[in-house]
Design a protein around this ligand. Structure first.
Ligand SMILES: O=P(O)(O)OC[C@H]1O[C@H](OP(=O)(O)OP(=O)(O)O)[C@H](O)[C@@H]1O
Ligand SMILES: NC(=O)CC[C@H](N)C(=O)O
Ligand SMILES: [Mg+2]
Length: 514
């Protein structure tokens, strides 16, 4: 998961894009980038780090124009440390195309090979996004007649992308001299929504990963982009939309509701906050079945993402809710950091137990999910060190047992603490007196209680069923092999290079004027 945003406005967009990327920062902390178009010129600034680190005033001044796209990156392909793999990506032919992507292509090596052998295109990085951009560029070349491009040709090109690309992709793109194009893969695995702002000079349009990124900067939420659908907004602000997939089937990633998205966003008609509360309701029912009444003195969340579920667990159990862990607000999300060593260290830097809440009490600690077990192991130990009598642990999501191949960096089974283990074995590893997990059916029902029309989800990391239907055991094995160093050690981060020095990459791309 990364955060993407695109806007066609009536006034300069640099600050607008910056502000909306800040609202999407929770989706990617490793790199950030903004590209704008002014007349026939593209301007771009991108680099490693968080939004506030990457953009200085001088960089912002160098991003003129009323149309632009932006991205915050959490790598799943290539490397966390390579500033060249920060997004957006640019290719000069045909027309000049910029692209930002949230998701992960599962046939990127084959496409890369095809690009070289058949399309004669060179891919310069290990990023699947650069591959996706070149597929789009090639399809635009095929669909366009002569020197011009109209919405029909653009939508034909997106149909071509859907035929060739596999995996997940929510995309925003700029085409020099034409406008902004956005689309979502035929399963709608990663989110994308449309916002509008009426001004005296006309309508402005925005595309963003989450509704919070457009609403908080004054745009009105219009709707989600449908799976397989493409949206094109020309330079004058005229919007056209078309279904470009043959058999679109909405199957959004359920982990967005569990952890990835902000609670104040609404994804595919479902407020994330409401789902997290419902997950708390169902989890409380499990806890009632598994622990004797009166076993728990106090319920505590692990800040931040588990708070709504933990509040609801406490309310349903009729037990006191207390904040036992103080969070250092200057440390980011640990799960999306590249590399196990930095994740482990950051949990301790981020959270500190407050002794007064623990001494002599039986505590139930609630988290939204347990993935590698990094957070839960540290937290249980902190609770014990702070004097808790018993430490019970509950997860608002079911055990994460299978790799994710659609945009969350957990590609190997070995790194998942629940893979091949019983709940009791996981409890022993994290050191808890008891561990209660949500059930998969209840997690799905928590979303469906709010939007019964959503019937299919990508819940592959919980149930091993991959919605695209083409993920084989061989493919999963190949991901694991790619993560192993020759000495048997594991690589850190998407391509294993681990934490990074901030590197900046400033481009000013000049398009020919017609
Ligand atoms: O089992 P693990 O591999 O540790 O992963 C799961 C943990 O990581 C996430 O927290 P994170 O610190 O990323 O973000 P948050 O502040 O939004 O909870 C998530 O909320 C869990 O606490
Ligand atoms: N998490 C994502 O959406 C990642 C986007 C893209 N695959 C990259 O690695 O940069
Ligand atoms: Mg957390």
């Amino acid at each position: 998961m990364c955060g993407i945003v695109g806007v066609v406005s009536k006034s300069p967009v640099n600050q607008l894009l910056y502000d909306s990327l800040l609202l999407l920062q929770h989706r990617g902390q490793d790199a950030a980038g903004i590209a704008t178009a002014n007349g026939s010129s593209f301007f771009m600034h991108k680099g490693n780090g968080m939004v506030r680190d990457v953009f200085r005033t001088r960089n912002m001044r160098d991003l003129p124009g009323n149309i632009g796209i932006g991205q915050v990156r959490y790598p799943t392909a290539g490397s966390a440390s390579s500033a060249e793999e920060a997004q957006p990506f640019y290719v000069n032919a045909p027309f000049g195309v910029l692209l930002a992507h949230n998701g992960n292509l599962t046939n990127s090596p084959q496409l890369r090979d095809e690009m070289f052998r058949i399309d004669r295109r060179h891919i310069n990085t290990k990023s699947d996004t650069e591959v996706l951009l070149n597929v789009l560029a090639h399809e635009l070349q095929r669909a366009s007649t002569g020197y011009s491009l109209d919405p029909d040709a653009l939508f034909k090109a997106v149909r071509g992308v859907h035929r060739r690309a596999r995996g997940s992709y929510a995309v925003v793109s700029l085409i020099a001299g034409y406008g902004m194009l956005g689309f979502r893969d035929p399963y709608g695995i990663r989110p994308l929504c449309i916002g509008r702002n009426e001004t005296e000079s006309g309508t402005e349009w925005m595309l963003a990963s989450e509704s919070v990124a457009l609403e908080n900067i004054g745009f009105e939420f219009v709707r989600d982009v449908a799976p397989g659908e493409a949206i094109f907004v020309d330079l004058d602000g005229n919007l056209s939309a078309r279904q470009c997939a043959e058999a679109p089937t909405l199957s959004p990633c359920i982990f967005e509701y569990v952890y990835l998205a902000r609670p104040d966003s609404v994804l595919d008609g479902v407020p994330v906050y409401d789902v997290r509360l419902r997950m708390g309701d169902y989890l409380a029912e499990r806890i009632k079945k598994e622990l004797p009444a009166g076993a728990i003195d106090v319920v505590m969340p692990i800040p931040d993402s588990s708070r709504p579920a933990a509040m609801q667990v406490a309310a349903k159990l009729g037990v006191e809710y207390r904040e036992g862990f103080f969070k250092n607000r200057y440390v980011g999300r640990t799960f999306i950091m590249p590399g196990q060593a930095v994740r482990k260290k950051s949990v301790r830097q981020k959270l500190n137990a407050m002794g007064v809440e623990f001494k002599g009490r039986n505590v139930l600690i609630v988290d939204d999910s347990i993935v590698r077990g990094t957070t839960s192991q540290e937290i249980v130990q902190m609770a014990r060190d702070a004097g808790a009598s018993k430490v019970y642990f509950a997860s608002a999501a079911p055990p994460v047992r299978f790799p994710n191949v659609y945009g969350i960096d957990m590609p190997t089974r070995g790194e998942l603490v629940a893979h091949g283990r019983t709940d009791e074995e996981v409890a022993a590893i994290i050191g808890a007196d008891a561990l209660i997990y949500q059930r998969v059916d209840d997690m799905v029902q928590a979303v469906r209680d709010i939007n019964p029309e959503l019937s299919r989800f990508d819940a592959s990391c919980f149930n091993g069923e991959y919605v695209t239907g083409d993920i084989t055991a061989d493919y999963l094995d190949s991901l694991e092999r790619a993560k192993q160093l020759p000495n048997g050690l594991e690589l850190n981060g998407a391509a294993g290079t681990g934490a990074t020095e901030p590197v900046q990459n400033q481009l000013h791309l000049q398009m020919p004027v017609e």
